[in-house]
Design a protein around this ligand. Sequence first.
Ligand code: A3P
Length: 289
Amino acid sequence: CEDLLFSYKGILYPTTVCSPEVFKALECFEARREDVILAGYPKSGTNWAGQILTDLVTTAAENTEDETNSLNDEELEEFPYLEIGDTEKYQRMEKLSSRRVILTHLFPHNLPESIFKNKAKILVLVRNPKDVATSFYHFTNDMSPLPSYATWDDFFTAFMTGKMPWGSYFDYICEWSKHVDEENVMTITYEELKENRALGVKKIAEFFGLLLTEEELQAVTDRSGFQAMKENAQKTHGAFGNILFRKGSVSDWKNLFTEDQNQEMDKTFEECLAKTKLGAKIKYELYCK
Ligand code: A3P
């Protein structure tokens, strides 16, 4: 399984979708202040929040005459994950209109410096690690480009040690924690979006300064429901859509974790994250409910 991974600045990535050459090219990527960036560890609901952002940006653009705000066809065709593509991707992105919606699973230290230097706004999306592990296990076994694991126990060990595509969840949250108080950074949890999607959509629009009417915000909320996105998955994500929109629920981990694994994760969470800002948010909002 390790043949399918390579290391870049200390983090493992899948060779089938990322490459050292693309990462090298990415270092020169020029972020813009207007870029809309979504950062999340894999399986945190990135495609969900990504659709909300694209929909908000597109709708807001229709309300303004400023064409630099709109997403053109080429832009919508460009695969939205920053680190996935070919070495010419960043040249193509250079030519795109101003408001680019960019998704990424990268650790902050693997992002191009220009994102922080040019003060692009970043939405950091987090999800309960137990549900992330559960979702990742199903996904990685269904997706041929990613390593698969013979058993859930094997996957759990890899997840806890961080020897995984896109690295350790715990290190990821710990590193992003150092950025949560920056004025260009907003955090949102999968669980809060699940509990009150309309409020989440509104907060996201406000943070990025996207002007939409109440009706438009409601329409974005309606289009981002799990069922609506699942039904549209073939169109938006092709064959990959069936794998991606799996259950969309909270606490599915209870169907996979043994009591020992549950305790081991609680212990690791406590040791690695409880004292970090993002860890405290996850603990307060997700664990203690
Ligand atoms: P599950 O595997 O638990 O169902 P990512 O986009 O980061 O790969 O995350 C995928 C997870 O987000 C999957 O979780 C998927 O079902 C869930 N998801 C996708 N769209 C969603 C939506 N509209 N509402 C709730 N969850 C959604």
